[in-house]
Design a protein around this ligand. Sequence first.
Ligand code: DWN
Length: 390
Amino acid sequence: MGKMPIPNGFLKKEELKTQEKIYELTCMFCTNCGLVQLRNIVSPKLMFKNYIYIPSTAKTMMNNFNSIVFNAHQIINLDAKRLVVDIGSNDGSLLKLFKNYGVKVVGIDPAENLAKVARMQGIETLPKLFNTKIANEVIKKYGQADVITATNVIAHIDDLHETFRGIEIVLKKDGVFITEFPYLLDLIHKNQFDTIYHEHLSYFSLKPWKRLLDMYGYKIIEVKRISMHGGSIRLIHTKVNNKQKESRAVQYLTKIEEDYGLYREGCYEKFTKRIYQLKTTTQEKLNDLKKQRKRIVGYGAAAKGNVLTNFFSIGNETLDYIVDSTPYKQGLFTPGKHIPIYPERRLIDDVPDYILILAWNFSDEIIKKQHMFKKRGGKFIIPLPDIKVV
Ligand code: DWN
């Protein structure tokens, strides 16, 4: 997709005049192991040191966190004797739910601003990138963990070998490692090009993931496809010599991937063609509405929304502004297109004709929330998998 600013690089008004750094955004498919991955790496310090994405702004996300905790409890009876470590713990939202079972919790996340928020809520958090050094600090201070979780962070990590060496140090021999990340099969099938951005270095399917697990002696005891972020996969692992059997769903899902063509280059050539087609139809549709003098605003100042507005070159000429429920983002401007961000309540007094849902992964929650807008004849535009007006 050429070059663009980092997806969570929101700007203050006074920063709009400074030259924004842009970085290449190119995705590759490895013909050897099948891993889809970015060609170039932007420094994690730059992207994650002061991070303003918090999952707790979406009920949908919190419901999903609840199901992760319940899933863990089904496998490892959670009680006060247990320790749970969350890699990429953000503001501690997931660990707070684990605490309800009385377990001890430790978060690890490089975002110093969010680690502070987590600690204020009583969630012990190390403001660091996870690696073997931090892993040894954790076991020295807290002991080994019964459960390690890593949601929407594995895809963000460059050195996955160091991560797995760290997991091996922290996790008890009979412990479970639970991870969740956007699933490549959904990304390709549902045209989700806007979840390809500098924060996501890997786009996993099962075969390359299993190849990594085999190097560290882990097996998948449970795998399920979930709807989060447009389609993710939740995987529960334990050491290969533990009693639980590998889930049969692994072979089944791998076969679906192969039949779909995920391990052939043609799949990605076709995907690229579809996205360029989508760019044309989306621009035509929005230009048409603007010619009819319709007012359109964006909903959800999401990282993916910043990729979509930059790659489809949708700017202030099309969107008057974007509304977002995240306090940190309100009053800022989006990276690249510099679209202003306001609180959602602005829609009460200032009713546009259309709302372009940039956080399309939360369309249901957003449409339900804005039922008054619909009642007053307002229409929603959902950009993916193909542009649709509802
Ligand atoms: O991997 C990542 C995913 C999980 O989250 C991170 N690298 C970055 C981030 O991506 P994102 O910003 O695209 O995530 P979301 O959660 O899809 O962003 C949704 C945005 O929409 C948030 O800024 C909150 C906002 N929102 C809102 O304004 N009103 C969301 C809901 C549900 C709402 O009702």
